[in-house]
Design a binder for this molecule. Sequence first.
Ligand code: NI
Length: 140
Amino acid sequence: MKAHLTRRYRFSASHRLHNQSMSPEENLATYGKCNNPYGHGHNYIVEVTVSGHVDSSTGMVCNLVDLDGFVKEQIVDRYDHTNLNMMDEFQKLVPTTENLCVEIFDRLQKSFRPAKVERVRIEETMMNSFEYAGGRELAH
Ligand code: NI
């Protein structure tokens, strides 16, 4: 019996949407006020969905302690109270929340073993959210 488990996490970070390969005018036209040189912050809410067989003895897909510890170490501690533009992964990649979703998904999927990472969804504001479920999943 397979089941899904979704858990929410939060961190705060700042970013500036700016593509170094575009002119200042193109950046402003593309990103508007999000291109402001001083950046701005968000309280991101990250939903991580994992799946697996429900263990017959524990009754669980995976232990929340394992998931929480892993996400805290790999994601929350990594990004909380940072400027995303300063992170290695965003030196050549614009730190939009779409790209942040993909980075977080890849980082979790690469090394979380107790269950399969199915999806990462990020709420950037009350009005928008983004999700990524891995390139391979799109073909299903
Ligand atoms: Ni923003």
